[in-house]
Design a protein around this ligand. Structure first.
Ligand SMILES: NC(=O)c1ccc[n+]([C@@H]2O[C@H](COP(=O)([O-])OP(=O)(O)OC[C@H]3O[C@@H](n4cnc5c(N)ncnc54)[C@H](OP(=O)(O)O)[C@@H]3O)[C@@H](O)[C@H]2O)c1
Length: 280
């Protein structure tokens, strides 16, 4: 198969390039093709003539989106629509990566793919609108929602925590937001399987299990043997421009239906730390 990958320079994109060995992957950065520009997207798709387009490109700065709504919608919504239009024109299948932030976080049990979208942040709104537009343009597309992405080759919570912990005796971390940390390598592997399985519709793809940011920070710090004490705190102590869902655990039922089982998040953290150490 031939795959056109938009967002190849991102955290997930780099994992996809590395993991996707058995097919022909054509990577695009924003310099190669700005997804806000339909002509650039069309040219990229026309030249690569892919069986699948994987859209991992997005403006992912959640607080940045809150402060620049226009940019958020230009990249995340209009950009995604441009890619879907090109996929329709050149008869490629589309796998779009979306987010748990399309939900409001008021549930207390895992979100199903059939649950109503109700995003509270501009980032979530721009991705939710993209999901709707993509489903209209290309009803057979696949939308893979993930959450709390981490990995090497990019900015992420675990990397920030470990860098801070190296120089601080205490760290205060919020304990009132619950989700599922997801390792870019595991997500990439699942996405490759989804393409091979001809997946359609919305699929939730996260590592198994859930925790709070506080739990995740403690796991990381214990695993690397640092003596930093992690103290639980609450979201209201860390005011940020964009609201975050209190609970955004995604049900794995749709992924199970494709016979794909994700590793647990603690296992994923262990492998991330080994990779991080190897990378130096
Ligand atoms: N990070 C998370 O916690 C998280 C959680 C849930 C879902 N997701 C979703 O997962 C996907 C991957 O996220 P990530 O964390 O890997 O992203 P990332 O590291 O921030 O990388 C973003 C990618 O998008 C590209 N990009 C940005 N603006 C573009 C534009 N106008 N035209 C073309 N490409 C553009 C960037 O290209 P350049 O580097 O070349 O500019 C880069 O390759 C996104 O769809 C995101 O919404 C992320």
């Amino acid at each position: 198969m031939r795959i056109a990958l938009f967002g190849a320079t991102g955290l997930l994109g780099r994992a996809l390039v590395r993991e996707w060995q058995d097919d022909d992957v054509i990577p695009f950065s924003s310099a190669d093709a700005d997804i806000r520009e339909p002509v650039q997207v069309e040219r990229a798709v026309q030249h690569s003539r892919p069986n699948w387009i994987v859209l991992a490109a997005a403006y992912t700065d959640v607080d940045g989106c809150e402060m620049d709504r226009e940019l958020a919608f230009a990249v995340n919504t209009q950009g995604a629509s441009n890619v879907a239009e090109a996929a329709r024109k050149f008869q490629s299948q589309l796998l779009f990566v979306s987010t748990d932030y399309v939900f409001d976080g008021t549930k207390t049990e895992p979100y199903e793919t059939s649950d109503q979208r109700n995003p509270k942040s501009v980032y979530g709104q721009s991705k939710a609108e993209a999901e709707i537009r993509i489903s209209e343009i290309l009803p057979n597309s696949c939308i893979a929602r993930t959450s709390w992405l981490f990995g090497n080759n990019g900015k992420c919570f675990p990397d920030t925590i470990l860098k801070l912990a190296a120089s601080r005796p205490f760290l205060d971390v919020v304990n009132d937001q619950r989700g599922s940390p997801t390792y870019s390598v595991d997500l990439a592997r699942a996405m490759i399987q989804l393409c091979h399985n001809n997946a359609r519709g919305i699929v939730h793809v996260t590592n198994r299990g859930d925790c709070t940011w506080y739990d995740l920070a403690k796991e990381l710090i214990n695993a690397v043997g640092l003596s930093t004490i992690v103290r639980p705190t609450t979201t209201d102590k860390f005011p940020r421009p964009a609201p975050r869902p209190k609970y955004s655990v995604l049900s794995s039922k749709t992924l199970d239906a494709y016979g794909i089982t994700m590793p647990g998040w603690r296992d994923a953290v262990g492998r991330y730390l080994i990779e991080r150490k190897t990378a130096g």
